[in-house]
Design a protein around this ligand. Structure first.
Ligand code: PMP
Length: 406
């Protein structure tokens, strides 16, 4: 149901955009030739040929009201004219920013003849959205797919992957992501030349897809008015690629569109590796965090730290608070979205940003996080709901059958 409405939604949003991967047909039949001709000019069906054709072209959503209602400390703060827009990556075909990455890495490997449908098995250590993106692309293109992940990863993730025909190999929780990587390498050795690992943390197709799609979309949809970008960092592909497109990328002959773009990278406060890498110091206790998708525990080679003007640490508890605010604002998003919006609100409320335009990334859809600690209370409330008595007298025999009472 959700997918169906998303398809309609995304087709609607794309209605006036030239998206080459959409097939346009004009088949309106009318008895009157003139009317028919008119209709043919006006109407067309827009049908995506493949699931991956639904990747990208995500809309911007105005989140400016969060600047007024969230974390408000005094009246004068509410006078800001800063605009905040969310880039709704949560509306991709498998509901995350990683849909772009999955398609880009597989397109690139196919272009370089590194993989062959029906022959190659894709192997990747991934606990989350990249695995799900690879799973749907593997189905679409005809690859086998094996994903390795620590045993602590949520049941809904395992189910998503199994339901799309992937093999899931769990690794001990004590060894975290490095353990999953070691297992993936062992599987690769067993597969010989039929195995292929996409390596999202190192793959140049990662930043490239954001340089070629996400960046241009944001530039176009803000009419070049974007001043500030706020993005979470997992692999760093999103923040790097978008910044490259706007600030310029000499290696790819991209001239700067706006060198003054202020790029803010968000990381978990409990794991301040980027802050440290940029010369800052860690604050508070460091250790595990609860912002899935961000703070991978390493500085990925995909990220270009020179493009980052500020690293903004957000604690998991604050990320969860803002995620709740997003849900209550009618935006069911993942926990990293909460972290990013939390940072965005604080950056936008600074006096120097009074008249700026800020875009923050909303990386994933919220339903994937029901086993996350932030939903524990809701899960309990939902489980404890009891049925309520109907108004008396109640009789539904007029519908042709009797309902059992009780
Ligand atoms: N949030 C979520 C939910 C993600 O899955 C990811 C990707 N790991 C990110 C944020 C960060 O994106 P990137 O890997 O491009 O830095």
């Amino acid at each position: 149901m959700k997918q169906a409405s998303k398809l309609i939604h995304s087709c609607f949003l794309r209605a006036n955009k030239p998206v080459t991967s959409f097939i346009s047909t004009t088949h309106l039949i009318s008895l009157y030739p003139q009317q028919r001709q008119k209709n043919q000019q006006k109407r067309s069906l827009r049908v995506a040929a493949r699931p991956s054709d639904l990747v990208g072209e995500t809309p911007l959503l105005d989140l400016t009201h969060f600047l007024k209602s969230h974390g408000q400390s005094n009246d004068s703060d509410t006078t800001t004219n800063c605009r905040l827009y969310g880039k709704m990556e949560s509306l991709g075909p498998c509901s995350s920013v990683k849909d772009r990455l999955g398609r880009s890495m597989i397109d690139e490997a196919e272009r370089l003849n590194q993989i062959t449908p029906g022959k190659t098995t894709l192997v990747e250590p991934t606990s989350g959205n990249t695995g799900i993106a690879l799973a749907f692309l593997a189905r679409e293109r005809g690859y086998k797919c094996i994903l390795t992940m620590p045993e602590t990863m949520s049941l809904e993730r395992r189910m998503m992957l199994l339901a799309m025909g992937c093999e899931v190999v769990l690794t001990p929780k004590e060894t975290a992501v490095p353990g999953a990587l070691a297992k993936a390498k062992e599987i690769m050795e067993g597969l010989g030349e039929n195995g292929f690992m996409l390596q999202q943390f190192e793959n140049p197709a990662n930043a490239k897809v954001h340089r070629e799609t996400t960046g241009p979309e944001i530039w176009k949809d803000t009419d070049g008015t974007i001043d500030i970008l706020i993005s979470g960092v997992g692999t760093g592909g999103t923040v790097t690629g978008i910044s490259q497109y706007i600030k310029g990328y000499p290696d790819g002959d991209l001239p700067p569109l706006k060198p003054s773009l202020y790029t803010v990278a968000v990381e978990p406060k409990e794991q301040m590796l980027l802050t440290e890498a940029k010369g800052g110091s860690k604050q508070g206790p460091q250790g595990p965090h609860k912002i899935q998708g961000m703070g991978a525990g390493l500085i990925p080679s995909v990220i270009d730290l020179n493009l980052i003007d500020e690293v903004f640490p957000v604690h998991s508890d604050d990320a969860m608070d803002t995620t709740r605010d997003l849900w209550m604002g009618g935006i069911p998003a993942g926990v990293s979205s909460g972290a990013i919006v939390n940072a965005a609100v604080q950056v936008c409320r600074r006096p120097e940003n009074m008249d700026k335009v800020a875009v923050c990334i909303i990386p994933s859809f919220g339903e994937r996080y029901f086993t996350h600690p932030m939903f524990e209370g809701i899960k309990e409330e939902a489980s404890n709901l009891t049925k309520q008595p109907l108004p008396e007298p109640y009789d539904n025999t007029e519908f042709g059958f009797e309902t059992a009472r009780g």
